[in-house]
Design a protein around this ligand. Structure first.
Ligand SMILES: [Fe+2]
Ligand SMILES: [Fe+2]
Length: 168
């Protein structure tokens, strides 16, 4: 709950803050960067926070067996599917609350295309990335499964992404 409040606070802050593109410029290719720029400013800032948190986690836990560039791409691109479902922070908060009250049924059964796209953003994001770079199966799968509760197939990138996404 405390993280939900923090996320809301960050999202409000993002409205007034520009995106610091140093990290995206460093780790993303030109075509990846153009996908990244299509989501809202608050989603961009969220993804950059996730990326920074992932780098800190790798450093603090001294994880050596990981490609930092792939990790950063996963973090920066994980929510690009939301470019097809641009919702402002107030609308989004209301949807999350209604969905909680209805035990997830609201998002499952809504007729709204935009809300459906929001619900399916992991799959949409994975397809968007596949269109520009089919080789990056690790990154594509990270995007596709980042809200999947079945952890059995999680690799190290997905584990770190899920952890840092939840905290940011
Ligand atoms: Fe997401
Ligand atoms: Fe996210």
């Amino acid at each position: 709950m405390i993280y939900r409040i923090k996320q809301f606070h960050w999202a409000i802050q993002s409205v007034f803050q520009n995106t610091d593109c140093e990290i995206p410029n460093k780790y993303l290719s030109k075509s990846e960067l153009s996908l990244f720029m299509k989501v809202t400013k608050s989603e961009r800032n969220h993804s950059i926070r996730v990326c920074k948190a992932a780098l800190e986690y790798i450093r603090d836990e001294n994880i050596l067996d990981i490609d930092k560039c792939i990790m950063c791409k996963c973090a920066l691109l994980h929510d690009i599917g939301k470019s097809k479902a641009r919702l402002n922070i107030f609308y989004k908060s209301i949807i999350i609350i209604i969905n909680k009250i209805t035990y997830g049924n609201f998002l499952k059964y809504t007729q709204s295309q935009r809300i459906n796209n929001y619900y399916n953003h992991p799959q949409i994001g994975a397809d968007l990335l596949k269109n520009i770079n089919e080789d990056n199966i690790d990154i594509i799968n990270c995007i596709r499964y980042h809200h999947d509760d079945n952890n059995a197939k999680d690799n190290i990138y997905l584990k770190i992404l899920k952890r840092c996404d939840n905290l940011n």
